[in-house]
Design a protein around this ligand. Structure first.
Ligand code: SAM
Length: 339
């Protein structure tokens, strides 16, 4: 039971993420018309503290920027791209990308999470016209599979998997066909692909995370096309503030086997360099807020809510980082990303 309870605690972190996002939407920090559909009615009025809202804003803005840059870059190459979100939870990015400025650059979007989470998400999608309308225009465009745990649509696939299991069997089988009957693979090995890991690797042993990254590197070799990956996570948890964060989670039965391998900003890029990527960078949310958010935006944020704890804000923001890696193809294709 211990392991099962521990997994249930990990899954609960998805509701936290969705509630935090909804809070930031309701307070005017970010725009996301889709998130309400994924938050249980009982939690629709759960405002989070200003500090959390600012964090949600900075993280969201940074990741939106990198994803947009990716779509623009592949668009310039005259290509469409695939996006795969691991531990996607209640994330709404697919709907935002599929209705956004760069929607034409999107070929396929795949979301993977535990079956309990994908079942909930599949139900929310089936219930909401606003959500399923983006997946397809006719009901036959949307197929529910694997006992309600999976959805297949022309550009969207929701798939159940435990990412800690050997990827060759789990990811390999799931991505092999979209109909389980010998149809074509969900992911084309020849399209530019972006992997997203938002708040998920920290719950896995580093060896499992590395296996997932290596599996994708292998899948897309011999790298005729760029492979990008982006990780958002807490780090530097050895100091007193970090220990408070870890103990908070521990008190909710959430353990963090993946919190230690890259304890500093300088070591974070190694996650990618060690698994076959050929370039990587990392920035803390603190640095991103300082140098990547415009003065106008910061000014706008300051009018939304009173934020007293400016020092505490920096302390929180410097324990979160966005790290992105690139596996650029052999000579011929120039790719720059996240400049
Ligand atoms: N990525 C989403 C976001 O940023 O809003 C959700 C983040 S939530 C904190 C972590 C998610 O990772 C949960 O939905 C959880 O179920 C999923 N997750 C954690 N470990 C996993 C595993 N071993 N396999 C599949 N999903 C996992």
């Amino acid at each position: 039971h211990g392991a099962r309870d521990a997994d249930a605690s990990i899954r609960l972190t998805d509701s936290d993420a969705a509630i935090a996002r909804l809070s930031a939407v309701q307070k005017g920090y970010i725009h996301d018309p889709y998130i309400t559909h994924f938050v249980p009615r009982a939690h629709l009025q759960h405002p989070r503290p200003p500090l959390i809202n600012v964090g949600t804003f900075v993280r969201g803005t940074a990741i939106d920027d990198l994803v947009d840059q990716w779509l623009v870059t592949v668009g310039r190459l005259g290509r469409q791209c695939q996006i795969v979100s691991m531990g996607a939870g209640s994330d709404t990015r697919f709907w935002r990308v599929a209705t956004g400025t760069h929607k034409d650059a999107l070929a396929t979007y795949v979301e993977i999470d535990f079956p309990e989470i994908t079942t909930k998400k599949a139900m929310a999608i089936r219930k909401s016209k606003e959500l399923n309308g983006v997946l397809g225009t006719s009901p036959s465009d949307i197929r529910v599979n694997h006992g309600g745990t999976a959805i297949h649509a022309p550009k969207y696939h929701l798939l159940p998997a435990d990412l800690r299991l050997p990827p060759a069997t789990t990811l390999g089988n799931l991505l092999a066909t979209s109909d389980g009957a010998g149809g074509s693979a969900i992911l084309s090995p020849s399209l530019p692909t972006l992997l997203l890991f938002e708040c998920v690797l920290v719950y896995m042993e580093p060896s499992s995370s590395d296996d997932v990254l290596r599996w994708f590197v292998e899948y897309f070799s011999p790298q005729e096309t760029p492979l990008g990956a982006l990780v958002y996570e807490m780090f530097g948890l050895g100091d007193s503030f970090g220990k408070v964060m870890v103990n908070n989670l521990k008190s909710r039965n959430v353990s963090l086997p993946g919190a230690e391998p890259y304890p500093t900003l300088e070591t974070l890029p190694r996650r990618f360099l060690n698994t076959g990527f050929n370039g990587a960078r990392a920035l803390t949310l603190r640095e991103i807020r300082r140098s990547c958010i415009s003065a106008e935006e910061l000014e706008r944020l300051s009018t939304l809510e009173m934020l007293d704890e400016v020092e505490e804000l920096d302390l929180v923001l410097e324990h979160y980082a966005v790290t992105w890696g690139l596996l650029a193809p052999a000579p011929g294709v120039q790719v720059s990303w996240g400049g």
